[in-house]
Design a protein around this ligand. Sequence first.
Ligand SMILES: [Zn+2]
Length: 211
Amino acid sequence: MTVITEEELGNPAIHQYLFKLVGAEGLELLHRWSNPEYSHRWLEAKLGNAEVKDTDKARFLAETRLENADLSAVERSDEEIADITGINLNSVRHTLYNLYEHRLAEYRRIKNNETGWLTYLWVMRMDHLKDVLRSEMEVAVGKLSARLRYDETNDFYQCKNCGITTTFNAAMNTNFACPQCGSMLEHFDDELLVTALRKRVEKMQTALENA
Ligand SMILES: [Zn+2]
């Protein structure tokens, strides 16, 4: 199963991640593309359309007989996806490339031997979602941990005038005078910041373990 489920879309972590990646319209695209009702409606319209070629109708007819999960996982061109979901083609392409860059969609390229035209057929790879989320979160935790270590091991000094914060070593170099206005620097207690940062890192690590 490669499409996204309503349950996954309702998961706050997944929702937030995908929203950042593809935006509200991209999320709506995923929702409709995964929903077999949209595909069924589209197939019925195709089968009832006199302009659709008989060879294509045979394919569409076969698709109407698929199980819902299989129907949503059928390879589609970007134009078909736009047609099925009612979302404009540019937005569909934009979403597909973003998903592709994060391993959440894949394509297969086929060449029409008569016209030489290339068609890209897409599938969703939402089965990669947890791995992708996990590795992006690991990077974020790594960055926060490094920041935490830096804050824990350094002593900070601040100018009350300009708000400049500097390390003990840098403050020593200017004899504890502000490099900008010359006022005396005061010791800056970053205990609150460190505590907040530590909590955030712990929270993310727990979320990672449970993902
Ligand atoms: Zn200053």
